[in-house]
Design a protein. Structure first.
Lengths: 236, 97
């Protein structure tokens, strides 16, 4: 009877939690417009015309800066797990898959660029574009191991840290120009947001790829070695 | 709310709950991962219905795409580790299909 009573207690606790959450959500006012009126009142000064992007990158830009730092720390955490070797695929990527990738990957890069640009006036933005870019990198990793040997140390690390560096540079630069932290000069707000978003997109895409790899890529003499049958092969 | 909106929203909510139940209680891990990807896509639909299109884009790309790929990669490593324990070799990379 012990497991049954334990399950009963857990079920009761979950029902209480679900009831509390339902009460909390249903007691919210149906129309909360206080923040919305404030956002739309200041939308003209923010440099973009999409309210979500304005809130993310201008009004609450500090939160987005900290989010990008968190992503960077996640990549460092994945790297601290140790070295990993990208496995040989069981069979090399077939003709059909390679042909599909030749069409799909440029389309994905273009979609990422479009989402980045459209974030200013429509739903989109850096995180969505970075996610599509990360998916493109993961797709490439899954099929073509030779791509991995082109990831040498410094391009990867530059791409990983580009988001933080550009965002912090803009933040400190705005302080150097006399404003407070992340207070963009009003005429330059749109341009600065675009520059930050480009760096953040690159950073997020590469971070997702690093999280998928799941560790540091082991390198030997600068080229990537892929372990297949216990012998180390150097791939160009 | 208009009843025609409920005609779409209520089945969507119920299917989300049912999918969550099925994937949490399924015995095969691969089936659970595939159901998780499907759950992510339906969740993106739910975000669109809540008029949060930015979140829907992010959910479809990250929740269904990247997290699904991460789960499948982790599943492959779990299976290859189990096969390594079973066979005592160091290089068997099994695919769980």
């Amino acid at each position: 009877m012990r497991p049954f009573s334990a399950k009963l207690i857990i079920i009761l606790l979950l029902v209480v939690l679900a009831g509390f959450l339902a009460w909390a959500i249903l007691s919210l006012p149906f129309d909360c417009t206080a923040l919305r009126t404030q956002v739309f009142a200041n939308l003209g000064n923010s440099g973009v015309s999409n309210p979500v992007t304005a809130v993310l990158l201008n009004f609450r830009g500090y939160d987005t800066l900290l989010e990008i730092v968190v992503l960077f720390l996640a990549a460092l955490g994945a790297w601290s797990l140790g070295t990993v070797q990208l496995p040989d695929p069981l069979h090399p990527a077939g003709l059909f898959l390679l042909a599909l990738l030749r069409i799909l990957l440029p389309a994905m890069v273009l979609t990422a660029g479009y989402l980045l640009w459209a974030g200013a006036h429509a739903p989109g933005g850096a995180f969505q574009a970075g996610a599509v870019l990360g998916s493109a990198c993961i797709l490439l990793l899954l099929t073509e191991v030779r791509f991995a040997s082109a990831i040498v140390r410094w391009p990867l690390r530059t791409a990983l840290s580009a988001g933080i560096l550009v965002f912090t540079g803009v933040a400190l630069g705005s302080m150097a120009l006399g404003g407070r932290l992340l207070e963009y000069p009003p005429h330059w707000a749109g341009v600065l947001i675009l520059v930050i978003e480009i760096a953040a997109t690159l950073s997020i895409g590469v971070t997702l790829m690093v999280l998928f790899i799941g560790g540091r890529l082991s390198e030997a003499d600068g080229t990537l070695s892929v372990k297949s049958t216990g012998q180390r092969k150097d791939k160009q | 709310m208009i009843w025609s909106q409920w005609l779409f929203d209520l089945p969507l909510a119920l299917v989300l709950l049912w999918l969550a139940w099925r994937l949490l209680t399924s015995t095969e891990l691969f089936k659970a991962v595939v159901l998780f990807i499907a759950f992510g896509l339906l969740m993106a639909l739910a975000w669109v219905r809540l008029q949060a299109v930015d979140i829907a884009l992010a959910e479809a790309a990250i929740g269904a795409g990247v997290t699904g790929a991460l789960f499948l990669s982790a599943l492959k490593r779990i299976n290859s580790d189990q096969q390594k324990d079973d066979k005592g070799q160091a290089d068997v990379k099994g695919r769980n299909v």
